[in-house]
Ligand binder design. Sequence first.
Ligand SMILES: Nc1nc2c(ncn2[C@@H]2O[C@H](COP(=O)(O)OP(=O)(O)OP(=O)(O)O)[C@@H](O)[C@H]2O)c(=O)[nH]1
Ligand SMILES: [Mg+2]
Length: 411
Amino acid sequence: MFGFLRRFRKEQPAPHTEPTAEALVKDEAESRIELEAEINAEEVQRENELPTPFELAPLQPAAQSPVVEKSATPVLDAVLDESSPPMPQPATRPGAKPEEQIEPKQGLWASLRSGLARTRQGLTEGLASLVLGKKQIDDELLEDIETRLLLADVGIDTTRTLINELTQKVKRKDLNSPEALLEALYHHMVRLLEVAEQPLQVRSEAKPMVILVVGINGAGKTTSIGKIGQRLHGEGHKVMLAAGDTFRAAAVEQLQTWGERVGVPVIAQASGADSAGVIFDALQAARARGADVLLADTAGRLHTQGGLMEELKKVKRVLAKLDPSAPHEVLLVLDASIGQNALNQATHFHEALGVTGLVVTKLDGTAKAGILFAITHKLGLPIRYIGVGERAEDLRPFNAREFVNAVLDHE
Ligand SMILES: Nc1nc2c(ncn2[C@@H]2O[C@H](COP(=O)(O)OP(=O)(O)OP(=O)(O)O)[C@@H](O)[C@H]2O)c(=O)[nH]1
Ligand SMILES: [Mg+2]
């Protein structure tokens, strides 16, 4: 059942009376006001939920900081030294399930819905009047759905595929009402995205599992590393971070701040060092300390910057010298708000590096969350996480049905 239809129906006249055109316009306007009110309420709730700087996890005192600052390659003595601080253990409640340790029980669904409010508004606004005002499926309805999918950045090819599937069903008379058409669209969209529903699994045979995080400037790589690190650490894995972005000023400090906040060690060198060297040393250190997961940050780059793409290939080659199976994951972080460009980036990064998983960030604050359909339809890559906000729990493992429920207002 679609929430926007249910809400709209409440406003409808008694079922035996055909709504007049005037009533429909009025109802649509009211429905729009209701939707806007809903989104505003969600935004207010969100603002209230956002942690103030004082609510963030307190930083550990410097003396107990697990951050490992390195000055040259290879400098592993300090790391390997028996007297170096032990790996911090996850602050977990004994017996608690992993999800309980990281995520509050309530509000997860609400936060996903509120994060995706803009895309949902674009996809569903006005559809209620169009669907409930008709007995038959007609071209106008199909065209309207097509336009909405395109505006949500589902992309021309993927939209055409979805609309073609619906049109075939209509021709075969499998669908006998506009509501059935919408329901069929919902199921097609879930099926399309289910291919990408492959959560990140920590591979126990890899010690450590090396996750190389790549993407363009500002996509959310470092933040996502911090959030994934927090999640995996909370699940009881020994996590280490590698400050492989030696290019951008303050990049190392940004990762170290995350390391301190989450309570995991960061292997870093002075900025300007060779990125491949830092990540190589970090892998050695992580092995020596028995880490389960090493998350390696890298500097942002465009796929068109050939030299910088070569640098990432070098990182891969250097890692493979220590462990032929490393990196075990090449995680591409994509900013959803750039829409179709994200598909372009994914295609090129995948060609160059063999991407094995995606993190799609900033789905909040954009009406273009439809890009997930285009990327999955074209590349079929696993979407490990989606980012729907700035809080750690706003980086969520991707679930196709949950996602489509939120963008189509389906319950
Ligand atoms: N609203 C929102 N903001 C996000 C999300 N993910 C990351 N951000 C913000 O995006 C900004 C850039 O994030 P970074 O993690 O520094 O991006 P980066 O890819 O490491 O950037 P460079 O290191 O400069 O290449 C920060 O302000 C993050 O808080 C998200 O899912 N939603
Ligand atoms: Mg960064």
